[in-house]
Design a protein around this ligand. Structure first.
Ligand SMILES: [Zn+2]
Length: 553
């Protein structure tokens, strides 16, 4: 079965696709549930690796999840495309990655929110669990009032309205200027109905589903009053709890990406701290990885704290990437798919500030692209609202154009991102046995020499943060001897520290470049055994994998 790009998948279609792959590719693809959503749907985790060359947990891994936010369907499509690519591609780099690394992919973290959104077209941020109130607030709630499957905007003429038609394209509404006194002005409201209306005032009610599952993670978490959508305590929500437990149980994760929309950008930690607070090697590696992400996908790579704040004086609390990097010491990214602005040819714009404020010319440029790619903007049409009387419906389709690319653009948008996932897999540390040799030293004694190497680009510890947080253990080497043999020097279990990677070797002109064999180590034993005895070793590192060798004395 191949992934389709002409629609967004329902949970049933998603499940059917994953089950089909599990039976089609038994040696490369496995499917398991990591827990149940609030409404009881299984949250699927896919594991892709060639199990003929080793078990999934004995090799470094990339962890990717998508659609923690209900309406960000593009993320699930991108995750499915990645899985499809890993299973079907003949590219030798893909084959090498699947032979030596593991991909863990959760294609839809929030199946309840996604299915609800597909069914009624109404924007909801995340989970469907009512929070913090369990009954609706008074005021306007978004809803599809005319039953056409879209939740757009309502407008009505109002001498005190804030909006006026664009002179060149009256479909578009632009802000009334501070000194505008004459003209047709409009009031604009989200399409919906008003709960307990007093007939005059229209507050916009906070949605019943007030959670944001990407504010419910354990690092830098803050309660509701400080961080909207945070939930009652970190990992209070079953979807986040399932992810956190699945991640903690997979100690081989070296890199992580959460798939979101929109902005067309790769985001890295921290959310709430300056780059100055990184250990220097980690920031350097983040920047190198980010540059490659940009080369592969065309999306800029930026710090959330420095370049992606929603409010200049507020930072995001309880997000996933901070936890992954800060507590687990793995490289963590958010990919925000799709930039309507870039599609419209705009290049010099700030991701967040533009949304809040941009010129009427920019508005028309994006409207033009929406027309070309699909029906992202709906011309105003009359409707008799049950409460407000005659109004017009129309405007931006936030779900189909802003929060997701039009379907005609979906495949093109997600495709390059499989290459970034592949890159993240291939830069991980990779433990290898360079040699395992013996020499007789007399009196039935034999010297054993084991040389281990890290063949990867990153060090075995992956980040300095992992050392600082004491979350990464040294290489552990177990020597296995036959009955009757004994160790005369050395221990049955040796620890072999961390091994460096090539990451710090970037310029031969830099006089302090480490030209040592820091990626290599030697472990020695003296054993007393009979000639012809078999001796074996197993070297394990939680992140860099496990390797085995055997020799005959
Ligand atoms: Zn999101």
């Amino acid at each position: 079965m191949r992934v389709q790009f002409d629609r967004f998948y329902t949970y049933a279609e998603l499940t059917e696709t994953l089950e089909a792959w599990a039976s089609e590719f038994p040696g490369r693809f496995s499917l398991e549930s990591i827990g149940k959503s609030y409404e009881g749907r299984d949250i699927w985790l896919c594991t892709v690796t060639n199990t003929e060359t080793g078990p999934p947990d004995e090799r470094p891994a990339v962890f990717i999840h998508a659609q923690i936010h209900a309406m960000e369907f593009t993320g699930t499509t991108a995750a499915l495309h990645l899985l499809d690519h890993l299973l079907h591609s003949d590219d030798p780099r893909v084959r090498h990655a699947v032979d030596t690394r593991t991909f863990y992919v959760v294609p839809r973290v929030n199946p309840d929110g996604a299915d609800a959104g597909l069914a009624d077209g109404r924007f909801r941020r995340s989970s469907v669990r009512p929070y913090p109130r369990d009954e609706p607030e008074d005021g306007l709630h978004r809803a599809d009032v005319d039953g056409d499957g879209r939740v757009l905007f309502m407008r009505m003429k109002d001498p005190n309205g804030s909006w006026k038609p664009h002179p060149d394209d009256p479909r578009a509404l632009i802000a009334r200027r501070p000194d505008d006194v004459d003209g047709d002005f409009f009031r604009v409201l989200p399409e919906g109905t008003i709960h307990n209306w007093d007939g005059v005032t229209i507050p916009i009610a906070r949605p019943l589903e007030g959670l944001d599952l990407n504010r419910n993670w354990p690092a830098d978490w803050a309660p509701e009053a400080e961080q909207q959508g945070a939930g009652p305590f970190p990992t209070s929500e079953p979807e986040v709890r399932a992810l956190v437990e699945a991640i903690v149980a997979r100690k081989n994760i070296t890199s992580y990406v959460g798939y979101h929309t929109f902005s067309g950008v790769h985001l890295r930690p921290w959310s709430g701290r300056s780059d100055d607070e990184f250990p220097v090697p980690d920031l350097r590696a983040f920047k190198i990885i980010g540059e490659e992400a940009t080369r592969l996908t065309g999306y800029p790579s930026i710090s959330i704290f420095h370049d992606f704040k929603y409010h200049p004086k507020m930072v995001i609390k309880g997000g996933d990437v901070d936890w992954i990097y800060d507590h687990l010491g793995a490289y963590a990214w958010v990919t925000e798919f799709w930039s309507p602005q870039r599609a419209a040819g705009l290049s010099e714009y700030h991701f967040i500030d533009w949304i809040r404020e941009h010129s009427p010319e920019d508005e028309l440029a994006v409207l033009k692209v929406a027309d070309e790619l699909g029906d992202g903007y709906v011309d105003w049409y009359p409707f008799e609202h049950p409460q407000l009387g005659p109004i017009e419906l129309g405007g931006w389709d936030l779900v189909r154009f802003w929060f997701n690319p039009p379907l005609s653009r979906l495949e093109e948008e997600v495709k390059p991102h499989a290459d970034f996932a592949l890159y993240l897999a291939l830069i991980s540390p990779l433990l290898e046995i360079r040699s395992f040799e013996t020499e007789p030293i007399g009196d039935g004694a034999h010297r054993l020499r084991l040389v281990l190497e890290n063949a990867g680009w990153l060090p075995t510890n992956v980040t300095e943060k992992a050392i600082e947080r004491k979350v990464v253990r040294p290489i552990q080497v177990d020597l296995e001897l036959p009955e009757g043999a004994r160790i005369a020097a050395g221990k049955e279990r040796e620890e072999a520290g961390q091994l460096g990677g090539r990451v710090e070797r970037r310029q031969i002109t830099w006089w302090n470049t480490d030209h040592s064999t820091s990626e290599r180590t030697l472990v020695e034993w003296v054993v007393e055994a009979r000639a012809g005895d078999r001796v074996s070793v197993v070297a394990r590192h939680e992140r860099a994998g496990a390797v085995r060798a055997e020799l005959v004395l």
